[in-house]
Ligand binder design. Structure first.
Ligand code: PMP
Length: 297
C-alpha cells in the first residue's frame, strides 16, 4: 500500500508519524472519509471543502491548495491501482513539543490513505440494523463543534463502546438538550407518515451523504423536514435510516428493544437506496483524468 505523506508517496511501513505530532499526542487535526466508485471519487469537492473548513475552525492552515489535495488523492488511488476505495485524508497540526501550544508546531502534515472497503454493514442492508441510544452525549457545538471532523473521535468511540456492550450495531447519540443528534459515524432520519424528518445540523456532522439523501428524496417527491427529534420520535417512527460515506444508506429496524415500523427495511429506505447506488456510480471526480502537476512540498 502506498501512502501520501507530506509530498512523498511511501510504502506503508515507511509512512510513520512522529511521536511528537500533535495529531498523535492530542488528536489535534482533522480528517475526511471519502469513497471512490468505479474510477470516480464521489462528492470529492464537498469532502475537500469540509476538510478545509474543519482545518480553518481549528486554525490549521493546510500546506497545500484544494487543487493539490485533489491531485494527491487521485495519485494515491492511481499508485494503489484502486478504482473503488475508501479514502482517508488527514491534516495534523504537525510536530511540536509536549506542550499544547500550536505555535510550537510550525508545519502541518498531510497524510492520505486509501483502502478497499466494501459494504460496511454486510447483510444488514437487507436485514436492518439494531441501534441503541447511548448515555454519552454528543459534544455540544459550544465545546467542540460536531461539524468539525476532528481527529479526536473519542466522543464517537465512547458511543460505539457503549453500543457494543449493549448489543447494538450502531449507537444513537442525543445532544446535551436531549435532542437526537446522530449515530457514532452517520446521520439519522426518521420516516413518519411518508415524510422524512432529520435533525438540523448544529449538533451533528453535516454529512455529505446527508445532502445526497435529501437531494434524492426531493427528486422522488418525498417531503423532507429538518426538525429537532426526541426519543419518542425515534421509537414511534415508521422507518429509521442512517447515512454516511462508510455506511452508505442503511435501515435501522430495532432501537432499545423497540421494533421500528414493520421491523424490516421499509419502502422509503428501499427507494433511497435504489437511487443512491446508481448515483454513486455515475457521477464523481475522475481518478484517471489528465494528471495535473502535483506540487511537492
Ligand atoms: N456523523 C459522523 C459523526 C460521522 O463520522 C460521519 C462520517 N463521516 C457522518 C455523520 C456522515 O458524514 P458523511 O456522509 O459526510 O460521510
Amino acid at each position: 500500500m502506498i501512502i501520501y505523506y507530506d509530498g512523498k508517496f511511501l510504502p506503508e511501513d515507511k509512512a510513520s508519524v512522529s511521536v511528537f505530532d500533535h495529531g498523535f499526542l492530542y488528536g489535534d487535526g482533522c480528517f475526511e472519509g471519502i469513497r471512490a466508485y468505479n474510477g470516480r471519487i464521489f462528492r470529492l469537492k464537498e469532502h475537500i471543502d469540509r476538510l478545509y473548513d474543519s482545518a480553518k475552525t481549528i486554525d490549521i492552515k493546510p500546506p497545500m491548495t484544494k487543487e493539490e489535495m485533489t491531485e494527491a488523492i487521485c495519485e494515491v488511488l492511481r499508485r494503489n491501482k484502486l478504482d473503488n476505495a475508501y479514502i482517508r485524508p488527514i491534516i495534523t497540526r504537525g510536530k511540536g513539543d509536549l506542550g499544547l501550544d500550536p505555535r510550537k508546531c510550525p508545519k502541518p502534515s498531510v497524510i492520505i490513505i486509501a483502502v478497499t472497503w466494501g459494504a460496511m454493514y454486510g447483510d444488514l442492508y437487507e436485514k436492518g440494523l439494531k441501534a441503541v441510544t447511548v448515555s454519552v452525549r454528543r459534544n455540544p457545538a459550544e465545546c467542540m463543534p460536531p461539524n468539525v471532523k476532528s481527529l479526536n473521535y473519542l466522543n464517537n468511540i465512547l458511543a460505539k463502546i457503549e453500543a457494543n456492550y449493549k448489543g447494538g450495531d450502531e449507537a444513537i447519540f442525543f445532544d446535551t438538550n436531549g435532542y437526537i443528534s446522530e449515530g457514532s459515524g452517520d446521520n439519522l432520519y426518521i420516516v413518519k407518515n411518508g415524510e422524512i424528518i432529520t435533525p438540523p445540523t448544529l449538533n451533528n456532522l453535516r454529512g455529505v451523504t446527508r445532502l445526497v439523501v435529501l437531494e434524492i428524496a426531493k427528486s422522488l417527491g418525498i417531503t423532507v423536514r429538518e426538525q429537532n427529534l426526541g426519543y419518542f420520535d425515534l421509537y414511534t417512527a415508521d422507518e429509521l435510516i442512517c447515512s454516511g460515506t462508510a455506511a452508505e444508506v442503511a435501515p435501522i429496524v430495532w432501537v432499545d428493544g423497540r421494533t421500528i415500523g414493520s421491523g424490516k427495511p421499509g419502502p422509503v429506505f428501499r427507494q433511497l437506496a435504489a437511487a443512491f447506488g446508481p448515483l454513486t456510480k455515475k457521477e464523481g471526480y475522475p481518478i484517471h483524468g489528465k494528471p495535473k502537476k502535483l506540487a511537492v512540498k
